[in-house]
Design a protein around this ligand. Sequence first.
Ligand code: SF4
Length: 287
Amino acid sequence: MPLDGQTDDSASSLAVLQTLDELKSYYRNFTWESQLWERVGPNRSPYRVMVLFGLSARTKDKLLVETCRGFFHHFPNSSSLMKKWAPQDPQFRLLVRNGQLPFIDSWCVKLKEWGGDIPADKARLIQVVGVGEKIAECVLAYGWGIESLPMDGNGCRMYQRLMGLPDVAKHWRVVDIRDRLKAIFNGHRLRMERLDISMVDIHESLRLHSQLVCGRSPNCQHCPITRCLSRRLDYLGCGPSGASGNLWREWRDLILEQQESEHQNEQLFPANLQSGDCRNISGNPGK
Ligand code: SF4
C-alpha cells in the first residue's frame, strides 16, 4: 500500500512536485548534485563514496570528515586498501571506531573478490557488511552518476512533515518513502526535466531544507513550503542561516579522486558563496 494510501496522481504527488519547485527556487544558488556531476563526474571515486558513506552511520558530519581525511591519507584508493589493510594492525584500526571495523574488513574482502572494481550494482554492494540500500544508492548516485535516491533521516523527516504523517521512525520504513518518491519522479519525468531536477536532487533538496529550516524544531516562519500539512506558523520570509555550506563542500571534496580534489575545490566553491543567506548557498550537503 502506498505510504499515504493514495495513487501517484493524487494530491500528495502534486504536493511533492510543488515542494520541489519551491525548494529549487528558494535555494536557487545552490549547486545540486546533477549540476556538479556535469563538471566533476569523471573525477568522482566510487571507492571513496563507499568509504565515506559506509563510515557515516552514527557519526557526526564533522567527525566523519576528519575520519575520512585520515583514512584516505593511508588508503586513497581500492588498490591501497587491498594491499595494505591488515585487520589486526593496531595503527590502522585506530583510524576508525571499533564499530566501523567490520565494514572496512568486509569492504576489503569484497574488493579483493571483485578484483578491485567497485560494482555499479546495488545487489552486490549490499553484500558488504554494514551497507544497506541507502549507502548503495549513494554509491550509485555519487560514485557512478546512476539515477538513484539515497534518502536519509533528514529527508525522510521532511517528507513525513510535508505529508502530515506520523513519526517516520515509528510508522514508516525508509524504503517505502524512497519507493514512493521514485514512483513520483518516474511518473512525472517531463515536469522534473522542466524543473531541472534529477532523482538524486530530490534527496539533496529535502535533506538541505531539513538541515537549514525543517530540523528537529521546525522553523515554519521562514519556510516557503506552501503545501506542508505540518505547518505551525505563517511564513514571514527568508532568514535562517545557511551554516551547512562548508560541510557540504568538505564531503564533496573528499569523494573526488585524490589528485584532482584540491584544484576542483577551488573551482567549485569560491569563498564568496559561503553566505549565511539560505538563498545564496552554493554548492554544498553532507552525506
Ligand atoms: S512548514 Fe514547518 S514543518 Fe512544514 S516543511 Fe516547513 S519547516 Fe517543516
